[in-house]
Design a protein around this ligand. Structure first.
Ligand code: C2E
Ligand code: CA
Ligand code: CA
Length: 241
């Protein structure tokens, strides 16, 4: 698992990390998750991989030594697990084994998970009751169903990097990003922009009311030990604008 920090725009403090999976294959080298996650979904391995991810992420991050309070830790959750599995039990067991007061666990789901109906919603409510927060990832890129949207027990909305990367050059992308920020705040959700690569984008997002950013401008996804070190030194040797 690699980890990418998330930075709050108001004071440029680290508030969380997103866990991103990597496959370092002996013959093929680094295989990107865009390739192996869909493959795992097709071949029936995704449940086991997600279980492994959840346990690994909780175990690693709860051991990080730090002094900045609770860290939000996000794990990506494939839509088929949100709807059709023993997900609440998986989450419950992982929390029993590796949960800690040092972290606030979060799952990232996509809009696809919201289209499948009441079962998914019920599972999400059960997960929320365990103290796990819910983020809606890649918002606006799939089939956004606003009728379902207000029923989802979400805490956060993520603006996809396809909008963020064009924020300064394409008015349509900028308008969509602003719309997502307004929508989220109306429903009392935090907004995270992913794929932030420069200061100008940070400033545009800050002036538009975005809460948190994530992207290469601050840090690329890193292995656990590198990320732990990065978190300890952040603010001392990184751009602050
Ligand atoms: P995602 O959840 O939308 O993750 C964000 C992707 O944007 C990550 O790609 C991240 O490395 C990349 N990114 C972050 N900042 C920047 C930036 O400033 N510029 C650019 N160009 N890219 C940036 P990554 O790690 O290759 O992951 C791709 C996708 O694979 C993820 O998209 C997610 O859908 C899936 N994925 C990754 N890890 C997991 C996992 O553990 N479980 C599941 N189910 N899916 C995962
Ligand atoms: Ca994500
Ligand atoms: Ca995305």
């Amino acid at each position: 698992m690699f980890y990418q920090p998330q930075v709050r725009l108001s004071d440029r403090s680290v508030v969380g990390v997103e866990a991103l999976m990597r496959w370092n294959n002996r013959n093929r080298g680094m295989v990107p998750p865009d390739v192996f996650i869909p493959l795992a979904e097709r071949t029936g391995h995704i449940r086991k991989m997600t279980l492994w991810a959840m346990n690994t992420v909780l175990r690693q991050t709860s051991q990080w030594r730090h002094d900045w309070g609770q860290l939000s830790v996000s794990v990506n959750m494939p839509s088929e697990l949100v709807a059709h599995s023993d997900l609440p039990d998986m989450v419950h067991n992982a929390l029993q084994l590796f949960g800690s007061d040092a972290i606030r666990p979060m799952i990232e789901i996509t809009e696809r998970s919201l289209m499948v109906g009441d079962r998914a919603l019920a599972q999400l409510h059960r997960i929320r009751e365990m103290g796990v927060r819910v983020s809606i990832d890649d918002f606006g890129t799939g089939y956004s169903c606003l009728a379902y949207f207000h029923k989802v027990p979400a805490n956060e909305l993520k603006i996809d990097k396809s909008f963020v990367s064009r924020l300064l050059t394409d008015t349509a992308s900028a308008d969509i990003a602003m719309l997502i920020i307004d929508l989220a705040h109306r429903f009392d959700l935090d907004v995270v922009a992913e794929g932030v690569e420069d200061e100008a984008t940070c400033e545009k997002l800050a002036s538009s009311g975005c809460d948190v950013v994530q992207g290469y401008y601050f840090a690329k996804p890193m292995p656990a030990d590198v990320c732990e070190h990065w978190l300890q030194t952040f603010g001392k040797d990184v751009p602050t604008g």
